[in-house]
Design a protein around this ligand. Structure first.
Ligand code: ZN
Length: 198
């Protein structure tokens, strides 16, 4: 049992979890551009939405989750990312990328494609403008893996998936694999899964 798993296990047994089902590749909602959020309209239910999203993301061992991945049609995503001793936690509402440059090529996964990883080219540096969980405008400069996470989650909110970046040659190669996996993924329901004991 790793440190993270030990933490997860204790956490789950604390009875605080509200893990939601994560929509998988093939679900139409993942292809729909999400609606702009009025902070005033959602602020009362935001703490509960965020709690469920964090519980779900941590349960699935992800570093980012968009609201539409748990069936909520709203421009909202979370990113939680640890680097050395730093722990980044971001809530982004109505996010837009206002600046991007550089290039990185690396492995990328997605909670809507469990266990499936591909190499994706992304911008190395991004600047994101959004509203945070307190309704305040924020500007976030991100680089490397964190920049990748922002691009991935903001894509989700626009109905774009990481497989869309595959060159046609690879897209054709992965198509039958994805068609097969899609049928298996459809059956996975995180909200009904037992906590993992390792
Ligand atoms: Zn994803």
């Amino acid at each position: 049992m790793g440190v993270k798993d030990a933490f997860l296990y204790a956490y789950i047994n604390g009875g605080q979890m509200a893990v939601l089902r994560i929509l998988k590749y093939g679900d139409k909602l993942l292809r729909k551009k999400t609606k702009q959020v009025s902070y005033q309209e959602i602020k009362n239910k935001l703490p509960l939405i965020l709690k469920d999203m964090y519980d779900t993301m941590e349960f699935a061992n992800g570093i980012g989750l968009s609201a539409n991945q748990v069936g909520l049609d709203m421009q909202l995503a979370i990113i939680s990312y640890k680097e050395n001793t730093k722990h980044y936690n971001f809530v982004i509402i109505n996010p837009v990328i206002v600046s991007l440059d550089g290039e990185i090529y690396g492995d990328e996964g997605c909670l809507s494609f469990p266990g499936f990883f591909i190499k994706v080219k992304r911008y190395e540096n991004v600047v994101v403008r959004a509203i945070n969980e307190n309704g305040l405008p924020v500007e976030i400069k991100a680089t490397g893996l964190l920049a990748r996470a922002f691009q991935h989650e903001i894509d989700h909110l626009n109905g774009v998936l990481f497989i869309d970046y595959l060159p046609l040659r690879l897209k054709l190669r992965y198509m039958p694999v994805l068609a097969k996996l899609k049928r298996q993924w459809k059956k996975i329901d995180e909200s009904k899964m037992e906590p993992r004991v390792i």
